[in-house]
Design a protein around this ligand. Structure first.
Ligand SMILES: C[S@@+](CC[C@H](N)C(=O)[O-])C[C@H]1O[C@@H](n2cnc3c(N)ncnc32)[C@H](O)[C@@H]1O
Length: 398
């Protein structure tokens, strides 16, 4: 199904190395990005975009590549490397509508699509970071195989076990931290291991254990690569390490930059918050007399309802900055709004690399498995509008 994974990995590595100045720096933090001097016409075209055009380009990768191609001839080449095949959809057992009652619509679509992309299961199933085990219950219904689910939230475990008892289903959820050695014995050879949207450290640990224990089948849809303890990501595969490409957590974040799953009101709140953060950034540069970004801890969307002055006072107190008695709040608020649209436009260049980075990271995982004797396939298990985290890595070792 795949062109050799190594070939695609090499092509992506070469482009990521060559064009690192376009995806490593983040416009939110840096007023001048390294590529801006080289591409004044592109900067002008980006700044001329209307908000709805920025929105459209940030959700349509092909249109974005076409737009950028005028100034960045590598854009279509990069975009062409992101066309991964979809796993063929298999027919899975129909379940009673009651089965998915209470599961949010999009989650159920993800679960269905994931299960329909798997080969027939003839082995007991291990579900990693299972949440309420929606995936495990559906897999059990489709395959008849017993499921062991691992999850650390005790309430979710209790809920899954109560459902299993009530419906007489062969599913057992276990409360544990998968990052501790307590999880090790659960990964075994004669097993089909599944993980839907396990974040950075969580799926990395699973891959390590599968490789060690030789689990026969593994199906992982990774998520949030940046959620990991280590600050820097050193590739997992030997081939990955040989590339010399190391990524900071913030660069891993680029691979999962928001696309459009949030609703309008959440998006509006986030936008408001970003504007205020940028306004505060302009203010702190002036107050400290240091023209450098100052990271402020991420704040809940509810902060978006704060007055701008109150917001800045809150951030200043977090960073031990003494603000002057009188501040022209309106001026900085306006600056924040202006910066927001500039940053959103400039960020389109980084966004061009979002999917290539995500695929590169998935391939690194796939190559790790390959290096340990697995036959591996990488593709999509559902369209991006169901979840943008739609990459599936399937490994089989007999
Ligand atoms: C993004 S959710 C995915 C849940 C489920 N697989 C799904 O797709 O609905 C990740 C799950 O991992 C669990 N989790 C996070 N850290 C964990 C840990 N260290 N050990 C076990 N479970 C963990 C969370 O509680 C959460 O239920």
């Amino acid at each position: 199904m795949n062109q050799p994974l190594t070939e695609l990995f090499s092509s992506l590595t070469a482009l990521l190395h060559q064009h690192a100045d376009y995806w490593r720096p983040v416009a939110f933090r840096e007023v001048r990005l390294p590529w801006m001097n080289q591409h004044p016409r592109l900067v002008e075209r980006l700044y001329a975009l209307e908000p709805d055009q920025i929105d459209r380009l940030s959700t349509d990768a092909d249109a974005l590549a076409d737009f950028l191609a005028v100034d960045l001839p590598f854009a279509p080449v990069l975009q062409s490397l992101t066309a991964l095949p979809a796993f063929p959809r298999r027919k899975a057992a129909a379940v009673h509508p009651r089965f998915c009652a209470g599961i949010p619509g999009r989650k159920w679509q993800q679960v269905e699509a994931f299960v329909h992309s798997l080969p027939d299961a003839t082995l007991p199933i291990l579900e990693w970071c299972a949440g309420k085990s929606h995936l495990g219950f559906y897999l059990q219904a489709c395959t008849g195989q017993p499921v062991t689910a691992l999850e650390w939230e005790v309430a979710l475990v209790a809920q899954a076990n109560a459902r299993a008892r009530r419906d007489n289903v062969a599913l057992h959820s276990v409360a544990l931290d998968v990052l501790t050695p307590a999880a090790d014995p659960f990964v075994q050879t004669a097993q089909q291991v599944v993980a839907l949207h396990a974040c950075g450290d969580l799926h990395e640990r699973l891959l390590g254990l599968c490789v060690e224990q030789g689990a026969h089948q593994l199906h992982v849809a990774p998520c949030c690569y940046h959620k990991r303890a280590e600050e820097y990501y050193v590739p997992l595969s030997q081939r990955g390490r040989a590339t010399g490409l190391t990524l900071h957590k913030s660069e891993l974040h680029t691979a999962v930059m928001e696309t459009v799953t949030a609703g309008a009101s959440v998006r509006r709140q986030r936008m408001q918050l970003q504007m205020m953060r940028l306004g505060f950034d302009c203010l702190q540069r002036d107050v400290r007399g240091v023209d450098r970004f100052l990271p402020v801890p991420s704040l809940p969307a509810s902060r978006a309802r704060m007055e701008f002055a109150e917001f800045c006072q809150h951030c200043a107190s977090l960073k031990n900055i003494e603000l002057p008695a009188s501040v022209n709040w309106q001026h900085y608020q306006r600056q924040g709004e202006q910066r927001f649209w500039q940053v959103s436009a400039l960020d389109l260049v980084r966004l061009l690399f979002r999917r290539p980075l995500e695929i590169w990271l998935a391939l690194d995982r796939a190559l790790l498995l390959q290096e340990h004797g697995y036959a591996v396939q990488v593709g999509t298990f559902c369209p991006a509008h169901i979840t943008p985290r739609n990459l599936l890595i399937q490994g089989r070792r007999d």
